[in-house]
Write a protein that binds this ligand. Structure first.
Ligand code: NAD
Ligand code: DAU
Length: 351
């Protein structure tokens, strides 16, 4: 048996690939375009594993994807590949429409062609799993209940609008063509291999480099943080037993303000890598993100009730492991923070 993973050289995708290969005997075809966010160093630990077939390519390359389906006959597609950074989507939305919307459309068409060619038994077993985000629901007020699966889509950024559009396509391919799809919506992940343009790895990297720790606006925006391995377990569980056509929320039951997250990172760094003074001295308030969503929170009771999934890691345990991982993997950080990364930092935060 084989599964096709897209975006498996990125943050969550690479964690998923590691977890999948250590938990199953299946072959995994990993299709990734290796954009600035994709990194083969994330997959170094499985180099030489014959069950891992890496293919560099774009999800929008129809001929390539059709060939991969024909050659490997995957029983499932787990679709991570995306442009994923909200700030980049504000600077340049085009790539988000191209990959997240047009690319997902193309992948769905290839998957549909493959699925139609299968025997009735294999068709029943086939799955297309769309990995989506809580951001498609927009922003919550402080006292509002967490997002349930029935909440209307109200995306506010080019990134979240592009993910919402892709989710709608996935839904339509189920209702119109019968393609057996599943969709997961997850909250903010953190953990190993997280690219240091996102808040948590950026703060760790900047703290260690003696640079400012940039906090947008007043820092009181709320996110629901989940350790990446818990997210990967949840996806595997939905793939295994989720009801076709349904969507499942995945979250950490762990709402925190950005300021609390950054302060926690500073406290852990003060302990694990002490220096004169506290890392908190590096905290710097900067201009807010345009259209910045104030609060996200996920109601993840459906996946618990139907599939028995709950996060294993608490924020206290997960964030400590994460900081330790970055301290132990400085060459990885140096490898991904050269060239194009510096250009982005200068463009976005100023010199
Ligand atoms: P990431 O940016 O770290 O990785 C994305 C990967 O996709 C990279 O390896 C990149 O090279 C690849 N890619 C981009 N465009 C491609 C294309 N056209 N063809 C093939 N590969 C391409 O992203 P991530 O944080 O790992 O997120 C993975 C998925 O999970 C995304 O769909 C994202 O929307 C979703 N998600 C992320 C989070 C989070 O907190 N990071 C939370 C919920 C959902
Ligand atoms: O909620 C799930 C989403 O989480 C995913 O769909 C996205 O792919 C992922 O990038 C993430 O989006 P966010 O915008 O929430 O993550 P980010 O790490 O960029 O920012 C987290 C919060 O921290 C957000 O409120 C913005 C703030 N922030 C971010 C950066 C990069 C800062 O205050 N300063 C910063 O420098």
């Amino acid at each position: 048996m084989t599964v096709l993973v897209t975006g498996g050289a990125g943050f969550i995708g690479s964690n998923f690939v590691h977890q999948w290969l250590s938990a199953t005997d299946e072959q995994l075809v990993n299709l990734d375009a290796l954009t600035y966010a994709g990194n083969l160093a994330n997959l170094a630990a499985i180099e030489g594993d014959p069950r891992h077939v890496f293919v560099r390519g774009d999800i929008g390359d129809r001929a390539l994807i059709d060939r991969l389906f024909a050659e490997h006959q995957p029983r499932a597609v787990i679709h991570f590949a995306a442009e994923s950074h909200v700030d980049r989507s504000i600077h340049g939305p085009g790539a988000f429409i191209q990959t997240n919307v047009v690319g997902t459309f193309s992948l769905l068409e290839s998957a549909r062609g493959h699925w139609r060619s299968l025997t009735p038994e294999a068709r029943d077993l086939f799955r297309f799993l769309q990995v989506s985000t809580d951001e498609v629901y927009g922003s919550l007020t402080p006292d509002a209940a967490p997002f349930a699966e029935t909440h209307p889509f109200e995306p506010n950024s080019p990134y979240s609008a592009s993910k919402a559009a892709a989710d709608h396509l996935v839904r339509a391919w189920f209702h119109t063509y019968g393609l057996p799809v599943l969709t997961t919506h997850c909250s903010n992940n953190y953990g190993p291999y997280h690219f240091p343009e996102k808040l948590i790895p950026l703060v760790i990297a900047n703290a260690l480099a003696g640079k400012p720790l940039p906090i947008y606006g007043d820092g009181r925006q709320v996110r629901d943080w989940l350790y990446v391995e818990d997210h990967c377990h949840a996806i595997a569980r939905v793939l295994e037993a989720g009801r076709v056509g349904e969507s499942y929320h995945i979250g950490g039951w762990n709402e925190m303000t950005n300021l609390d997250v950054v302060n926690t990172l500073c406290v852990i760094l003060d302990e694990l890598r002490p220096k004169a003074g506290s890392y908190k001295d590096q905290i710097t308030f900067v201009k807010d993100r345009p259209g910045h969503d104030r609060r996200y929170a996920m109601d993840a009771r459906k996946i618990e009730r139907e599939l028995g999934w709950r996060p294993k890691e608490t924020f206290a345990t997960g964030i400590r492991k994460t900081v330790q991982w970055y301290l132990d993997n400085q060459p990885w950080v140096e490898g991904v923070t050269s060239g194009a990364y510096r250009q982005w930092m200068n463009q976005h935060y100023g010199a």
